[in-house]
Design a protein around this ligand. Structure first.
Ligand code: ARG
Length: 651
């Protein structure tokens, strides 16, 4: 049930033929922030005061006269300068909850179907997978679920980074640094070790080159800061300059420190230092291996074919654990054969031009062009993405393509989208569903302990372990009167632990950074999935204890009554499920759904506290309250499922 748009439609009717663009004004109805103002509040009259040349209160009165909401609301009230407050009728709420209980889809309608391609997860194979990839995976998976539930068609596609420089790194590393016995024993760990080794040496060599200049910058900054310090500090202009100088000094110091760390990381390990010496200019050497791979060199292709399944198996075990599936996994390598054609096509159509030996697409509003073929003939990430769009348009015919990718790639996507428009794809919606960084306790980007795929699984294990400690604590279970076998406890811990990781990602507004804190995310109190899962389990437990079988007949015979404000509020919240889902889909923000579920779970806790169910005064009230518990349980379970989170019936 779309209560909000139902009301907006009524306002639109009331305004039609009287003001211009009634639909735009009608949108200014929203859930009331303060329950004293009713359930919904329309701020329509004030903005109309000017165009209509009347005092807003007078306009509000006229709107109310024209407005027909009798079947849904009590007579509207006008407040303050001209707000229109609406209170939904109890009878409407009760009757709707009844229908909701009888409906498989919880009164969520099917939208006019659109076809979406969702590009998410997309880790770089053979490179340690990081928390950012969980974030993309979890957000993307939830968007797939929500859009499908709303009746859309979704093609999920994992655009694996299986063709990039990281292969040059491990191919070079494998040829020169591999420990065959270790590779035999545990290929994933050995490849990961090799990767990190090559990475550190490259970082070391580049830091060594940059250090002298950085140190000179630091000296200059120190001098400038000193001078600013001694200048007359009572002049605000000078104070400002001195602050700026201090800031620059800090930045210069940090830069030198970071470079020194990279140098030290290698120098402190004699073996690594020896290798760094023996393999000068490693970055170039690695690049040559990548080029050879891309040109079809047999040896390198052979190694690529050998490494791919090893890494993919590892990534898939993470997906299995998270319960995530893709319709397609068309990685970068899949598009490799199409790259010369796409470049040719863009050149032929005049969209791309040669510049300094490279092939570029110049785009309005961007200083630097999008390079699609380098001077040395190599193709780029952007080239692959162009070929990918072309392929998707031809094979999937989408109405929208969503890219769930780190916000740091936003410029890449802006350029990509601009280029796609130039190619003549005018109608497809293109969205970079960007997300912020996952931070560690130090406020810096979170790093897994070993920085490897294994590290990611280790994180999941850790969350499950903490979940076990929190929810399967012996004393707690005893207090709750729950007798559970060890395997049941393990199962609960798995559901709670994995749910916690996902919910932490999903409940934060995706565009902001958030701190990854396992201890906090598994807690039973606060905005956590554990809390919502627990409230779901409570609904199950009370229904179990009631001894009733809540089936279609039982529901049909039950009359919903809402004698208390607590029940009334909860009923209204239940009916707002569809609005929450539509908002989630419109903004591509699973956090909207998460907030909705958390608010409902909290309201259920209040209800549980204040409204006796099994011991209600009479049979009618008891049945009505049981039915509410039943619907709350269903909404929580369904909602969590749309976030990709499971539930257990006892915890
Ligand atoms: N592999 C990339 C990374 O890890 C993300 C790819 C996103 N998808 C795309 N079509 N570019 O940064």
């Amino acid at each position: 049930m779309q209560l909000l748009s139902l009301l907006a439609d009524r306002f639109e009717e009331a305004l039609r033929g009287w003001v211009e663009h009634p639909e735009e004004h009608a949108r200014r109805v929203a859930v009331a922030r303060d329950p004293r103002h009713g359930d919904y509040q329309a701020n329509i009259a004030m903005p109309l005061a000017k165009p209509l040349g009347q005092p807003p209160r007078q306009i509000a009165e006229q709107i109310v006269q024209r407005l027909q909401v009798d079947d849904i609301c009590m007579p509207p009230e006008i407040a303050g300068p001209g707000f229109i407050n609406l209170k939904v009728r109890d009878a409407f709420l009760a009757e709707s909850i009844q229908r909701m209980a009888q409906d498989d889809r919880l009164l969520v309608g099917n939208q006019t179907p659109r076809r979406y391609v969702i590009d998410y997860s997309a880790p770089n194979v053979a490179k340690p997978m990081h928390v950012g990839h969980i974030r993309s995976t979890v957000i993307g998976d939830s968007l797939c679920r929500v859009l499908r539930f709303l009746g859309h068609e979704v093609v999920s596609d994992n655009h694996l980074g299986d063709w990039g420089t990281q292969f040059g790194m491990i191919i070079y590393g494998y040829k020169h640094f591999v420990d065959p016995a270790a590779f035999e024993q545990n290929p994933v760990a050995e490849l990961s070790r090799i990767y990190r080794m090559v990475q550190s040496i490259i970082a070391f060599q580049s830091a060594q080159k940059k250090l002298p200049a950085a140190e000179r910058r630091l000296e200059r900054a120190a001098r400038a800061a000193q001078e600013a310090e001694t200048a007359a500090q009572d002049d605000p202009q000078v104070r400002k300059a001195s602050k700026q100088a201090a800031k620059e000094l800090r930045a210069a110091r940090e830069e030198v420190q970071a470079l020194q760390d990279k140098v030290q990381a290698v120098l402190s390990d004699p073996e690594l230092a020896r290798l760094a010496e023996a393999h000068p200019d490693l970055e170039k050497r690695v690049q040559l291996e990548t080029v050879k791979l891309h040109q079809g060199d047999e040896e390198n292709l052979g190694l690529w074919r050998q490494f791919m399944p090893i890494s993919i198996r590892e990534i898939e075990s993470v997906y299995r654990r998270l319960g995530v599936h893709f319709d397609h996994t068309l990685g970068e390598s899949f598009y490799h054969p199409m790259l010369p054609q796409i470049v040719q096509k863009l050149v032929d159509s005049g969209i791309a031009v040669e510049s300094d030996g490279a092939i570029c697409v110049f785009l309005e509003g961007f200083d630097a062009p999008m390079i699609i073929r380098k001077r040395d003939g190599a193709f780029l990430y952007a080239t692959t993405d162009l070929a990918t769009v072309e392929y998707r348009m031809q094979h999937f015919h989408p109405d929208a393509i969503l890219y769930v990718v780190d916000h740091r790639q936003s410029e890449h996507f802006q350029k990509l989208f601009a280029a796609v428009r130039k190619m003549g794809y005018a109608d497809v919606e293109l969205q970079h569903v960007a997300f912020g960084t996952v931070l560690g306790p130090d406020g810096r980007p979170f790093k897994t302990r070993s920085g490897s795929v294994v590290g990611l699984e280790y994180l999941l294990d850790e969350a499950v372990e903490r979940a076990y400690q929190v929810v399967c604590d012996a004393e707690r279970l005893e207090r709750a009167g729950l007798e559970l076998s060890e395997s049941q406890r393990r199962e609960i811990a798995e559901v709670v632990g994995i749910g916690a990781i996902k919910y932490a990602d999903l409940s934060h507004n995706r565009t902001s950074d958030y701190e990854f804190n396992i201890d906090q995310m598994v807690q039973l109190e606060g905005n956590t999935s554990t809390y919502i899962q627990y409230m779901y389990a409570r609904t199950c437990s009370i229904l179990r204890k009631s001894g009733e079988t809540i089936d279609a007949d039982w529901i049909a015979q039950t009359t919903v009554v809402l004698p208390t404000e607590v029940e009334r509020t909860m009923a209204l919240q239940l009916l707002q499920l569809e609005d929450a889902l539509l908002q989630t889909a419109q903004d591509y923000m699973p956090s909207v759904l998460a907030s909705y579920l958390y608010a409902l779970a909290k309201q259920y806790a209040v209800f549980f506290d204040q409204c006796p169910v099994l011991t209600a005064e009479d049979a009618e009230l008891r049945a009505s309250r049981l039915l509410l518990c039943h619907v709350v349980g269903r909404v929580l379970r369904q909602g969590l499922d749309l976030l990709g989170i499971n539930v257990v019936e006892r915890m």
